[in-house]
Design a protein around this ligand. Structure first.
Ligand code: SF4
Ligand code: SF4
Length: 345
């Protein structure tokens, strides 16, 4: 339900107010690339430059490197001391609809048979404030993946840009509660709704890249053993891992211990199925060749995830296209999967 609005010039005051209850994260270029970072209490310049972040918001819940616990070896074996848990609630301001959907997709894995306490302790208390796109990138294809650039059911509040102001939509009860406690918001008027409608339509129409995913799960299944095809698809990939590390739906991690004498710390850090050592096991590496690793990346998103969770693990955010150093393009790959299913499209 949309019933409130806020002036862009009052966003700092709004975040300041929310900062009394939450640690507020907002888009920032402080680290050298656009990423969600703890808001510095004054800068709202991101409203002018922000299209989407390079580092997706998953990093706020699954950081690139994270301490899991400390351990110490004593006379009676090892003792373990958990790392400090998450106590403060986070509010992420400005999450794009594709990335909010990606968080919902990652949640499925971390809430599945094994509940990941590190991820969930941060995620369950977090509030996502979405912001519709006004200027999608050429590489975005969210509208082909069931995501709207302007609307989202995966956030708590949704902001729509109507010029000098944002309309605020309450999406969840938690969002509604926050708005009820927030001071200084204005009531929307009759003309605002028409402006929001136009703004949403413009955003939708600007996503011009399209991808037809009909039957993709079965096409991939039928082409799994087509080595010649996968070798062709993988030819130019240099296994840098960027497309997976910065994909908002990828969540693989590696675990390492840092040990000094009798004590140490266990960390986990982002990993990628694109790396040659990723699947190395004591006796063998089932994905030694690059084409097998590229096949894994594509099939995990478009075949295995739909088999497990009934959803494609790609939101069309376009990062893997924008950021790949050799212009590998997942939409061209999905379009080129041979149809060996015997079913005509
Ligand atoms: S970003 Fe490009 S080159 Fe790097 S692993 Fe992905 S597809 Fe390969
Ligand atoms: S596969 Fe590419 S387009 Fe799809 S969600 Fe990941 S980074 Fe975005």
């Amino acid at each position: 339900m949309v019933n409130k609005k806020v002036s862009k010039k009052d966003i700092a005051k709004l975040l300041e107010q929310w900062g009394q209850q939450f640690i507020v994260f907002a888009p920032s270029r402080e680290s050298g690339v656009a990423a969600f970072a703890e808001w510095d209490g004054k800068d709202t310049g991101f409203l002018d430059w922000y299209r989407n972040t390079v580092v997706p918001p998953k990093a706020s819940f699954l950081p690139p490197m994270e301490e899991m616990f400390h351990f110490q070896k004593g006379e009676e074996g090892y003792s373990i001391e958990p790392s400090a848990g998450e106590e403060n609630k986070r509010l992420l301001f400005g999450v794009r609809p594709c990335d909010a959907r990606a968080m919902a997709i990652v949640d499925m894995t971390f809430k599945d048979a094994y509940e990941d306490p590190y991820y969930l302790s941060k995620r369950k208390n977090a509030l996502l404030v979405g912001m519709g796109c006004t200027n999608p990138c050429e590489s975005c294809f969210c509208t082909s993946m069931g995501v709207s650039p302007a609307e989202s059911a995966d956030v708590d509040l949704m902001f729509t840009d109507i010029g000098d102001e944002f309309l605020i939509e309450e999406v969840t009860d938690r969002g509604k509660e926050l708005i009820a406690k927030t001071k200084g918001l204005k009531e929307m008027n009759k003309g605002d709704e028409a402006k929001a409608k136009q703004s949403k339509k413009t955003a939708y129409d600007r996503v011009t890249r399209k991808l037809d995913t009909e039957g993709i799960k079965d096409r991939l299944l039928a082409s799994f053993d087509d080595q010649e095809y996968w070798e062709k698809v993988a030819a130019k990939c240099i296994s840098c891992g960027i497309c997976t590390l910065l994909c908002p739906t990828c969540y693989c991690f590696d675990i390492n211990d840092e040990l000094v004498k009798q004590e140490g710390t266990r960390f986990r850090s982002w990993d990628s199925c694109g790396f040659p050592l990723y699947s190395k096991m004591p006796m063998e590496n089932p994905r030694q060749e690059k084409w097998r690793r590229v096949r894994q990346k594509v099939c995990h998103k478009y075949e295995f995830y739909p088999m497990t969770f009934n959803v494609i693990a790609c939101t069309g955010c376009g990062r893997c296209i924008r950021l790949c150093p050799v212009n590998w393009d997942i939409t061209r790959v999905i379009e080129s999967v041979p149809n060996k299913t015997g079913v005509k499209k």
